[in-house]
Write a protein that binds this ligand. Structure first.
Ligand code: 6PG
Length: 601
């Protein structure tokens, strides 16, 4: 039931609430707290929506206070209270009162709110933005057992955290702190389980991210060791590394909601660390109303006591890359994204983290388009990734029956030959996945219907790709000259980097690299055995939404440096492998060792 009251009083509002309850035949019992939200006209809808969702778990009276002091002296001199009372309906078992305090009344919000508080029930106050400097001393704040602010909703979140530290009083909390609950619980469990002494810690997260700061402060406060705060490109917190005598405990979340937890001596596991909605955060805060001493210890630990580290390896390159590479790597149409770079400490962790990243990408693609198209690569890097995928617990989060698997290239050998990429992929993981056989698209074998005619085999695969192109959802890929030669818009196209900068079976100086009219070609006299292969062409690779290039080991260092600074794909084919939406270079430290300063600085 909705009741609108103009130029009213708190008493009339209470009477309206009673009337509405009676009319609905639902007494006001069962409501557990009063949630007061202080916001402005432009933000009250979102804040109320989040609070209403949160209060489904905690039936509440929600009072939304919107101050309207007025623009002119005349407006400011008057005093008027308008109210919108909502009981039942989308408020669930709770009730909502939107209060507009006009003119002079805007300076006396607590006198309006006090008579509207549920009797004998806790009060929670939430400022979605622009909180008072001392929340506990604010007249409204003084009414509350819990006072919620959000440092992320400020111009300078780190400065805001300094303010929270200075003004802290029991009952204060901040949503930037709430956002690290899941990280803290995973790390605390890993530390409890491992019982290893931590000697130092690193927290990587995007700049101006207060949650990264608070997670670092919490580790410093709890562990009593040096904690380094390192900047990354995000989103949000991207990694925590705890150095112990037995090796690093790492919790890495590349760019999605799935993180990888690596604990020395244990198999990696994927952990859901999705970035929660405001409603979920508020619901968590409503669950506990006692003072959060852990928050108090962290926020007051002292930001200046954190070690300010170098910009993370990952993002030093990403930031420089975005600028230095944009022109050189841009495709003729200018639509490909400049490459981003992720560097992992070693090839084992690179494979594990990339497997988790691939799972996230597939889950996201299926959520967006109902299915996912992934093109696999052969070689040690590609197979290591598939082996890691076989171990990744998060793989059960994928509906494999809606994944289409393709190959970027294939050795033109008899079916089942151990050197075929398809054979190796099946052995690594495919045979263990509940795939839909009709959605697994190996390239033709050398003893198949086309005999030893590799060109005919290539044409057949091009036709299979074209048939699937229309199914790959909006923005379906086009390869070749962009006309008939279509391919699906691969959600992720994986490529291993050859030591000579080849990708797929496109080798430097080879005619296949310069092919633009077809999407798939036969390759003869390949420098990497076996000599006869089938390969997607560069235009077909570029039809992918995302292209991920994998390079591990020092034998790839020069190739990676060449490809990331070169411009001519004919000479350095990897330089021409760009995705429409994203190009990701995934390296281990050894393969990244020769990246020029201009790229790494
Ligand atoms: O069929 C192939 O050989 C691959 O598709 C090829 O493109 C491979 O990915 C690179 O040569 C890197 O191989 P390594 O990862 O083994 O170095």
């Amino acid at each position: 039931m909705n009741i609108d009251l103009t130029d009213t009083t708190s008493g009339r509002i209470n009477a309206a609430l009673v009337r509405a309850r009676r009319a609905m035949g639902s007494p006001a019992v069962g409501m557990v707290l009063t949630l007061v939200i202080v916001t402005d006209e432009g933000s009250h809808y979102d804040a109320l929506k989040a609070a209403s969702d949160a209060s489904k778990e905690h039936p509440s009276r929600i009072l939304v206070v919107v101050r309207r002091p007025g623009r002119s002296p005349r407006d400011r001199a008057m005093a008027r209270l308008d109210a919108e009372v909502r009981v039942g309906g989308e408020t669930g078992t709770g009730e909502t009162v939107l209060l507009r305090l006009h003119g002079e009344l805007a300076n006396h919000a607590h006198s309006v709110v006090l008579p509207l508080l549920l009797p004998d029930a806790p009060v929670v106050l939430w400022w979605p933005a622009d909180p008072p400097e001392y929340p506990s001393k604010d007249p409204l704040g003084a009414l509350a057992q819990r006072r919620i602010t959000d440092a992320a909703e400020t111009e300078d979140p780190v400065a805001a955290l300094r303010g929270r530290a200075a003004s802290y009083a029991p009952g204060d909390t901040d949503l930037a702190w709430t956002r690290v609950t899941l990280w803290r619980s995973v790390l605390a469990a890993a530390l409890d389980q491992k019982q290893a002494r931590v000697t130092r810690a690193v927290v990587e997260g995007e700049e101006y991210n207060p949650s990264s700061e608070l997670l670092a402060l919490w580790l410093a406060d709890r562990l009593g060791v040096p904690v380094e705060r390192v900047l990354s490109g995000g989103p949000g917190i991207t990694a925590v590394r705890l150095a112990t005598e037995e090796g690093d405990i790492c919790l890495e979340r590349g760019d999605g909601s799935l993180a990888t937890l690596s604990v020395p001596g244990q198999p990696d596991r994927s952990v859901a660390l999705h970035r929660r909605s405001t409603a979920e955060l508020i619901a968590e805060e409503l669950r506990r109303l006692d003072p959060d001493e852990t928050y108090a210890g962290a926020v007051r630990f002292g930001l200046d006591r954190l070690v300010r580290g170098q910009v993370a390896q990952v993002e030093a390159v990403e930031a420089a890359q975005a600028q230095a590479q944009a022109e050189a790597a841009r495709a003729p149409g200018g639509e490909q994204a400049p490459p981003q770079i992720v560097v992992h400490p070693d090839k084992e962790r690179m494979a594990r983290a990339t497997a988790a990243r691939l799972i996230t990408a597939i889950v996201d693609a299926q959520a967006a388009r109902g299915r996912a198209h992934v093109a696999l690569t052969g070689g040690r890097g590609g197979n290591a990734l598939l082996a890691a995928l076989a171990q990744a617990p998060g793989r059960s989060g994928v509906d494999w029956s809606r994944v289409d698997l393709w190959w970027g290239d294939e050795r033109f050998l008899p079916e089942g030959d151990p050197d075929r990429n398809h054979t190796q992929a099946r052995e690594a993981v495919l045979d263990a996945l509940p795939l839909e056989p009709s959605r697994v698209h190996p390239m033709p074998a050398g003893d198949g219907p086309h005999g030893d005619d590799v060109d005919a085999a290539a044409e057949a695969y091009a036709a299979e790709l074209a048939a699937a192109a229309g199914e790959s959802g909006p923005g379906g890929g086009t390869g070749g000259d962009g006309t008939g030669g279509a391919v699906p818009a691969f959600d992720v196209l994986l490529l291993g980097l050859g030591p000579d900068t080849h990708v797929a079976s496109l080798f430097p100086g080879h005619p296949a690299v310069r092919e633009t009219g077809r999407t798939v070609v036969g390759v003869r006299r390949a420098p990497k055995p076996p000599p006869t292969r089938i390969s997607l062409t560069l235009p077909a690779l570029r039809a992918a939404r995302e292209v991920w290039l994998l390079a591990a080991g020092e034998d790839k260092a020069e190739a990676a440096a060449d490809a990331l600074t070169a411009g001519d794909p004919a000479r350095t084919p990897a330089a021409g492998a760009r995705g429409h939406e994203r190009t990701l270079w995934i390296l281990d430290e050894k393969a990244a060792a020769r990246l020029p300063e201009s790229v790494r600085s």
